[in-house]
Design a protein around this ligand. Structure first.
Ligand SMILES: [Zn+2]
Length: 456
């Protein structure tokens, strides 16, 4: 939706102020925001995130952390004295929303509970911000101090991505990912319904934004959480008014989880193509799906040094030592020594097919990457994800819709996030080139704003 002319009282006040020089109006008791809080992005093509075509030669006004007004040139008055950013030939889109990330656990190419700190969380949120990922759902690996950091950056902080959290997610006893190096004690390992209940009470006290479950045996290597336990997690979470997202892999697990009331799939189904009965079930239950195609790619792409390691957009913000390690033949050898290595490219192929099938069937598709763990680069991989979604058969506009308005709908945050509309948060990306002509143009970032503040 585009609100051509929707002027708030403060906006009208500014307009009057500019046209009336002899007799300045008496300031009202509800003083309007200072002009210095207001800026105008002038002349861009503006795409609002809903999937409708962009508006050419448009204007968007930001006051404080919110969008004040937007529309085609001439449809609204530009407040006098406000800073104007000329944007002819550029494209303005909403900031990207990643529904599946992990913050705070990784330094370099190592993930570990020991790395988890306020400093590391904020470093990761800044990294997302540089790439235009303005909101991230951190999915199941969070401890204190996340509960003081969560939400948008506070006024005294530098701009960074807004973060939502699932706290610590659930797995079964000795289940994935608790068994991975560095992850002991990260997920909640449950074996009884009683344990589920007490853990959920804690999550409810923490007011987590969603509840996370891992339902996967990784090709039979680890025990998988039992259906009676994830059924109890979903039922108890819903009693507490919490929604549930699951890491899953197999079609049959997806079916059982959705039947049990799961709200969202945090990955693609990757063992089989989805069938009509699952599609029907997803639509009936209004469950959403997040593809995380880059997660699949990351399992095999380092078998040879990928071209993106030399992409300036990647290199600009990544530690050169990490790049050197990833180019080392020893790293490639380690990747290829994984016993399941040969299965991974096929998983990505199935995931892509399923994305196109679910989108065409009208299932709500969100956006996520599973970035944060080693080799899954926060910020850069979100742009690669958009590219892979387009390779899977979505149009650039559809891929970007998944990453903006759809993602906000999945997370129930559409009141404030996900589209460019008057009153919503000013989370914006100004691009030097048109992403609808070529999805790679999302990488031509001119400027990012989060809550109306520029990210440097
Ligand atoms: Zn994950």
């Amino acid at each position: 939706m585009f609100h051509g002319i929707r002027l708030s009282s403060s906006f009208v006040f500014l307009a009057i102020l500019s046209s009336c020089t002899s007799q300045p109006p008496v300031p009202s008791s509800s003083a309007p925001p200072a002009v210095s809080d207001t800026f105008v992005i002038d002349g861009a093509q503006i795409w609002d995130g809903t999937g409708t075509p962009p508006v050419q030669d448009a204007v968007l006004v930001v006051t404080g952390d919110r969008i004040e007004a937007l529309g085609a040139r001439g449809s609204l008055k530009i407040p006098a004295g406000a800073k104007t950013i000329p944007a002819q030939g550029k494209t303005l889109i909403p900031g990207l929303i990643n529904l599946h990330g992990h913050v705070g656990m990784t330094k370099g190419l190592k993930a570990s509970r020991e790395n988890y700190s306020k400093e590391n969380i904020l470093a990761h949120l800044k990294q997302y911000a540089r790439y235009g990922v303005t909101t991230v759902m951190s999915l199941g690996t969070d401890f204190e101090p996340m509960f003081e950091i969560r939400g948008p950056a506070k006024a005294e902080e530098d701009p960074r991505a807004t973060v939502f959290t699932a706290g610590r997610g659930f797995t079964g006893k000795n289940g994935y990912p608790a068994v991975l190096p560095g992850y002991a004690g990260v997920p909640r390992e449950v074996d009884t319904v009683e344990q589920v209940k007490s853990n959920l009470e804690e999550l409810a006290r923490q007011k987590v934004d969603v509840v996370k479950i891992w339902v996967d045996d990784h090709w039979g290597h680890y025990p998988k959480i039992r259906p009676e336990l994830y059924g109890a997690i979903i039922a108890e979470a819903h009693k507490q008014n919490l929604r549930v997202m699951a890491h899953l892999f197999y079609l049959e697990d997806a079916r059982r989880l959705i039947e049990a009331g799961l709200d969202g799939m945090a990955h693609s189904i990757r063992d089989h193509e989805v069938d009509d009965s699952l599609i029907k079930l997803l639509k009936e239950k209004k469950a959403f799906a997040i593809p995380t195609l880059t997660r699949e790619e990351s399992t095999f792409i380092y078998a040879n040094p990928p071209a993106f390691l030399d992409d300036p957009f990647f290199r600009k913000w990544v530690d050169p030592e990490v790049i050197t390690t990833l180019k080392d033949p020893a790293y490639a050898k380690k990747v290829k020594s994984d016993p399941d290595f040969s299965k991974y490219p096929q998983q990505l192929k199935i995931a892509k097919k399923n994305l196109k099938k679910l989108w065409d069937a009208g299932v709500l598709i969100g956006f996520g990457t599973d970035t944060g763990p080693p080799g899954r680069f926060q910020g850069y991989f979100e742009h690669r994800e958009l590219e892979l979604m387009v390779q899977a058969g979505l149009t650039p506009s559809q891929a970007l819709q998944a990453a903006t308005s759809n993602a906000a709908e999945c997370l129930h945050i559409a009141r404030d996030y996900g589209t460019l509309e008057a009153g919503k948060r000013a989370d914006l990306i100004l691009l030097d080139a048109d992403p609808f002509e070529d999805i790679l143009n999302t990488r031509k970032i001119n400027q990012v704003w989060i809550g109306g503040r520029p990210v440097n």
